[in-house]
Design a protein around this ligand. Structure first.
Ligand code: E4P
Length: 220
């Protein structure tokens, strides 16, 4: 399973890249707004930090506009993945862009049928928004499970499931259990995955016992 960082904050990305856990990055217009930076500058800096795909979202609402913006975004760096919304125009743009060899992440997916359409249009990734579905009182994870089952029924569909809108460590575990190919995770959640109170407690006990031996591993 791949992990993408869900952020446009270069400091967060720079801090986590050396862990080897980051396979790519996703951004969206809200994350760009939160960064307070020029989009092209910000995205090109992110692309230089990782060899993995960096999703950059179009903002045109019509297919031709999305295609133009997508082609422009792809000139920023070779690892750009064009992000388009799941609308009929977005699907038309996906069909053309992927047909011309560009990777496309179809975003704002809230139903299995939408995911089926995105795959038929040739999407590289489909991004079901787990957290936002949970917010409505429904079960976001059920959507991941449905999409997995549908894609597995039709091996000719090559779209990867990219679990998005992840808010908790449980979302990550459940996405893995449901067979999502990728999870895009906020930096604080990725760090939280490594935490366990029994790890901290056990480590404190080991360190106290080790100190009592007066030894050091490296020759003094
Ligand atoms: C990533 O591709 C999505 O844009 C992001 O995960 C949305 O997350 P949110 O629902 O927390 O805004």
């Amino acid at each position: 399973m791949e992990f993408f960082l869900d952020t446009a904050n270069v400091d967060e990305i720079r801090a986590l890249i050396p862990t080897g856990l980051v396979d790519g990055v996703t951004t969206n217009p809200s994350l760009i707004a939160k960064s307070g930076r020029d989009m092209v500058e910000n995205i090109s800096e992110i692309c230089a930090l990782t060899n993995g795909p960096v999703s950059a979202e179009v903002t045109a609402m019509d297919a031709q506009g999305m295609i133009k913006e997508g082609e422009f975004l792809r000139t920023i760096a070779p690892n750009i993945c064009i992000k388009v919304p799941l609308t009929m125009d977005g699907l038309r743009a996906t069909y053309e862009l992927t047909g011309n060899g560009h990777p496309v992440n179809v975003t704002l997916c809230f139903s299995a049928n939408q995911a089926l359409l995105a795959a038929k249009a040739g999407a590289t990734y489909i991004s079901p928004f787990i957290g936002r579905i949970d917010d409505t009182g429904a079960d976001g994870m059920e959507l991941i499970s449905e999409i997995r089952a549908i894609y597995d029924n039709f091996p000719e569909l090559n779209t990867k499931i990219l679990a998005a809108s992840i808010r908790t460590v449980l979302h990550v575990k459940d996405s893995a259990l449901m067979g999502a190919d990728v999870a895009t995770i906020p930096a604080n959640i990725l760090s939280a995955l490594a935490k366990h109170p029994l790890t901290d407690k056990g480590l404190a006990a080991f360190m106290a016992d080790w100190e009592s031996t007066g030894q050091s591993i490296l020759p003094q």
